[in-house]
Design a protein around this ligand. Structure first.
Ligand SMILES: [Fe+2]
Length: 305
């Protein structure tokens, strides 16, 4: 059986990607940001997930304003990079997991939770920057990634409650997948920032830190927070944080906070990051007998055919 072992959230500031791509990570300004992810990379290298599900938002790279799905699940075999501003980043193509993605789509939609199934999609800094922060800059990403794009760019975005419940539905889907896979949920975006208008450059550390506290210990409080509170307290683009609730909904009610990092500013935003692990199950890989793995794979093949 597949299971979600942990959740990781991180900001996806595009300037972080530009700093990586232009070899500026050792500059004092950027070193402060990148040093906060060293422990996270060590943690990820130790945990070695079989699959990641990355909840992020597209910034008009894959979807124009003509079509903006509320929740779009990437079911393709691969997702090439694309981006606004600096153009496509020089990062590896993201390899998907079409079998698990199709299974999630089936389970979640039949559970009356509608998703848009996307069989061709490019992914931008919303997904690739957190990948760098958590995996470094390898030639190939170390595990398949299923992208889940959430609309937070065109009103109305989904509510925090809806995002949390989607996380719950994804968890149920993952746990009904027969192959023994250890899955890490990623949530990206935020934290407080506003990129235009009179409040451009807004950062609210008090709000951000309280959000991290609640995400860890009392996520139900965040489920009830209306959009206007995100906008008022965390800036217009702070609404991206609603995506972190998809990650949180996929975890146990009580979790262990493994690590947290927060720094300001990076570009004109606050950078926040947290790692939460499910308590009930060990993050260590359980040995599975060869014949059980073969039987699980055969079951997956039967489902596919
Ligand atoms: Fe963003």
């Amino acid at each position: 059986m597949a299971r979600i072992i942990a959740g990781v959230t991180s900001s996806h500031v595009p300037a972080i990607g530009a700093a990586i791509d232009n070899h500026r990570t050792e500059e004092p300004y950027w070193k402060r940001v990148f040093s906060g992810f060293e422990k996270s990379k060590e943690w990820m290298a130790k945990v070695k997930p079989d699959v990641c599900i990355a909840v992020y938002n597209d910034h008009a790279s894959a979807f124009s304003v003509e079509i903006v799905p509320t929740f779009a699940l990437g079911c393709a075999a691969e997702f090439p990079p694309a981006d606004e501003g600096w153009g496509p980043r020089p990062v590896p193509v993201v390899k998907g997991h079409p079998q698990l993605a199709a299974h999630i789509a089936q389970s979640v939609i039949l559970d009356e939770f509608d998703l848009t199934v996307v069989n061709k999609m490019e992914v931008d800094h919303g997904l690739t920057v957190p990948m760098n922060l958590l995996f470094g800059s390898p030639k190939e990403w170390p595990c398949p990634v299923i992208p889940l794009a959430v609309n937070v760019v065109l009103y109305p975005p989904p509510t925090g409650h809806r995002c949390f419940m989607l996380g719950r539905a994804i968890r149920k889907a993952v746990e009904s997948y027969p192959e023994d896979l250890r899955v890490v949920m990623m949530g990206t975006g935020g934290m407080s920032h506003q990129i235009s208008g009179p409040r451009a450059g807004l950062i609210n550390s008090k709000f951000d830190k309280a959000f991290l506290d609640n995400l860890s210990k009392d996520p139900k409080k965040l489920m009830r927070m209306p959009h206007i509170d995100y906008m008022r307290e965390a800036g217009a683009e702070g609404i991206e944080m609603v995506m972190w609730l998809v990650m949180r909904g996929a975890l146990d009610d009580k979790v262990d906070e493994v690590y947290r990092f927060y720094t300001v500013p990076a570009s004109n935003t606050a950078v926040g990051h947290i790692i939460l692990a499910n308590r009930a199950k060990s993050a260590k890989r359980k040995p599975v007998a060869k014949h059980k793995r073969a039987a699980a794979r055969a079951k997956v093949d039967r489902i596919r055919s």
